[in-house]
Design a protein around this ligand. Structure first.
Ligand code: SF4
Length: 471
C-alpha cells in the first residue's frame, strides 16, 4: 500500500523545522554569522531532485548555502548505490570529513540516499564513521527537520533504515533549485522491474505515482517562475499512473503538461523499453513542447543476456519501436544505456551488442561495466566475467560508439539549431555551452545570456559535442 504522507505529518515536520530555525538563528546571532549548509550529491537525476528538496528544507530551517564543505555547519551526503564505485566515492568523501569535525565539533554530518537504504551500508556508517551524526534511507527524506531536531536535542546519533518496502510520497516539501531555467519534476518513484543486476527496486521501493493534479500544479508553477526546460523524472516513467488510474497514463500526463501556456520544453527519463509504446511516440510527435529526444536503455544486444537481465523485451521489439520513433519524429535524438560484462556474457553476446550499436546508431550512449550489487540475483550468478575482459569490452564498445556519435554529429555541420544557453563553458571560458532541442551538448561563440534561447550555426563536431557560432 503506497503511503502518501498526510497533511498532519507534514505539519509536524514544519513545526520541527520552526524549532530548528529558532535554534539556528540564535546560534548564528551568538556567533555573529549565519549557519551554513552543504549538500553533496552522487548518482542520478532523481538524487539531484532529492538534493534540491534537502537544500530547500535546510534553507527553510535557517541555514544559508555554503560555498564548500569547509565553510559548512551541516553537511549532507546524498548517496548512490547503483555501482560499487559510487558507494566507494561517497564513503571516501565522508571519511575526509573527519578532520572538519575535529576542527569544528559543532559541525553536523549526515549521510542519506540509496547507499544507506541498504542495512549493510547503514551499519558501515554507524560503526566505521563515529563522527557522522545521522544516516537515513530514501523514504525518510521528508523527515529531515525532526531528524536534525532530535540530533540537536537528544545528543544521540540516529540511524534510520527504510522499513516501508512500498515507499512513500511527500508533497509540497520546500525546494531550492540548482538552476532557475531548467528543472527536474518527479512524476513517480520506485521500480517494480527487478532487473537482475539492479539495486534500485531494493532502495527506492515500489512504483508509486504522484497525483496528476500535483504534477500539473508544480509544472504550472515552474513555468510561471520562468523555467524553460522541464525534465519529468521516474525510474520508469512509462508506468506512470499504474495502480492509481485506470485510463490515465504517461502519454495523457504529457498531453496535459503540453497544454500549459508558456514557451518551455518538456523532456523525460527514464523509459523502460518494455513499457514504452507507439502511443508514447505518437504523443511526442503531436505535442509541440515535447523535445525530440528519447532515452531508451537497451543494456545489451543479445536476447539471451536480456533474458538473464530480466528485461522483458527482445532486440527486435526494441528496434521496431526505434524505427517507429524515427519515422514519426524525424531527426529525433536517441540515447541509451549499455552495460558490458554482465555475468555469462560470451564474446558472441558482446559482438551482438556491438552490432546493435552499429545498426541502431545512437546519438550517445551512457556506458557501464557490470558492477556486482549485494542482494541482487545477478550477484549470485557463478559465471562472473573477469575484470580485464570487462575492461577490454568496455574499451571496444566506447570505440565503436564514439565513431557512430561523431558521424551523426558531423551531419549537423552547416545546420542552424535552437539552443538553450547555459552560460560560460566549463572547459573554455571564451565559449558558451548549452543544449539543443534534442538535448545535444553544444559549445559555441556568442553573447547569449544563460537561460535564454538562441540560434547557433554548427561549424564542427566531436563524438559527444557540437561546436558552433551564434547567429
Ligand atoms: S528498470 Fe531495471 S534498471 Fe531501471 S531502475 Fe528498475 S530495476 Fe533498475
Amino acid at each position: 500500500m503506497i503511503n502518501r504522507i498526510s497533511e498532519q505529518e507534514l505539519q509536524k515536520q514544519k513545526e520541527y523545522a520552526a524549532r530548528v530555525r529558532a535554534a539556528v538563528q540564535t546560534a548564528a546571532f551568538e556567533r555573529g554569522g549565519p549557519y551554513k549548509f552543504c549538500v553533496v550529491t552522487y548518482g542520478c537525476q532523481q538524487n539531484e531532485a532529492d538534493s534540491e528538496r534537502l537544500a530547500g528544507m535546510l534553507f527553510d530551517m535557517g541555514y544559508e548555502k555554503a560555498d564548500s564543505e569547509e565553510d559548512a555547519d551541516i553537511i549532507l551526503v546524498n548517496t548512490c548505490a547503483v555501482r560499487e564505485h559510487a558507494e566507494k566515492r561517497a564513503l571516501s568523501v565522508t571519511g575526509q570529513y573527519k578532520h572538519l569535525k575535529e576542527k569544528n565539533p559543532r559541525l553536523m554530518i549526515g549521510v542519506c540516499g540509496c547507499m544507506v537504504s541498504q542495512e549493510h551500508r547503514l551499519d558501515d556508517i554507524k560503526f566505521r564513521y563515529p563522527y557522522v551524526d545521522f544516516a537515513f534511507g530514501t523514504s525518510y527524506l521528508w523527515q529531515l527537520p525532526s531528524i536534525i531536531y532530535d540530533r540537536m536535542k537528544k545528543k544521540k546519533r540516529l540511524f534510520l533504515l527504510d522499513t516501508e518496502d512500498d515507499g512513500n510520497i511527500a508533497e509540497d516539501l520546500p525546494v531550492l533549485r540548482q538552476c532557475s531555467y531548467r528543472a527536474w519534476l518527479s512524476v513517480m518513484y520506485g521500480c517494480n522491474n527487478f532487473c537482475t543486476y539492479c539495486v534500485v527496486p531494493h532502495v527506492r521501493g515500489r512504483e508509486r505515482s504522484r497525483y496528476k493534479e500535483d504534477i500539473i500544479k508544480e509544472a504550472k508553477e515552474l513555468v510561471a517562475d520562468g523555467v524553460k526546460d522541464i525534465t519529468l523524472l521516474g525510474q520508469n516513467v512509462n508506468s506512470y499512473g499504474r495502480g492509481l488510474y485506470d485510463d490515465y497514463g504517461f502519454p495523457e500526463l504529457l498531453r496535459d503538461i503540453n497544454e500549459i501556456d508558456g514557451d518551455f520544453t518538456i523532456r523525460f527519463m527514464t523509459s523502460h523499453p518494455k513499457d514504452a509504446t507507439k502511443k508514447l511516440i505518437d504523443t511526442m510527435a503531436c505535442c509541440e513542447k515535447i523535445a525530440p529526444q528519447l532515452h531508451l536503455p537497451l543494456q545489451a544486444g543479445s536476447d539471451r543476456v536480456l533474458q538473464r537481465m530480466n528485461r522483458h523485451y527482445t532486440l527486435d521489439s526494441y528496434k521496431e519501436l526505434v524505427s517507429y520513433a524515427r519515422e514519426k519524429i524525424p531527426g529525433i535524438t536517441l540515447t541509451s544505456d549499455i552495460m558490458v560484462g554482465f555475468p555469462g556474457e560470451t564474446e558472441e553476446d558482446f559482438e551482438q551488442t556491438l552490432k546493435a550499436l552499429t545498426d541502431i546508431k545512437y546519438d550517445m550512449v551512457y556506458s557501464f561495466i557490470y558492477s556486482r550489487r549485494k542482494n541482487t540475483p545477478a550477484a549470485e550468478y557463478e559465471d562472473q566475467i573477469p575484470e580485464d575482459v570487462k575492461g577490454e569490452r568496455f574499451r571496444r564498445m566506447l570505440e565503436v560508439q564514439s565513431d557512430i556519435g561523431l558521424k551523426i554529429n558531423e551531419g549537423y555541420i552547416g545546420k542552424t539549431v535552437r539552443v538553450l544557453c547555459d552560460g560560460e563553458s566549463k572547459n573554455d571560458p571564451d565559449t558558451l555551452s548549452g543544449r539543443t532541442d534534442g538535448g545535444k551538448n553544444i559549445c559555441f561563440t556568442g553573447k547569449c545570456p544563460a537561460g535564454e534561447y538562441t540560434q547557433v550555426k554548427v561549424t564542427a563536431a566531436r563524438p559527444f559535442v557540437l561546436m558552433g557560432e551564434e547567429i
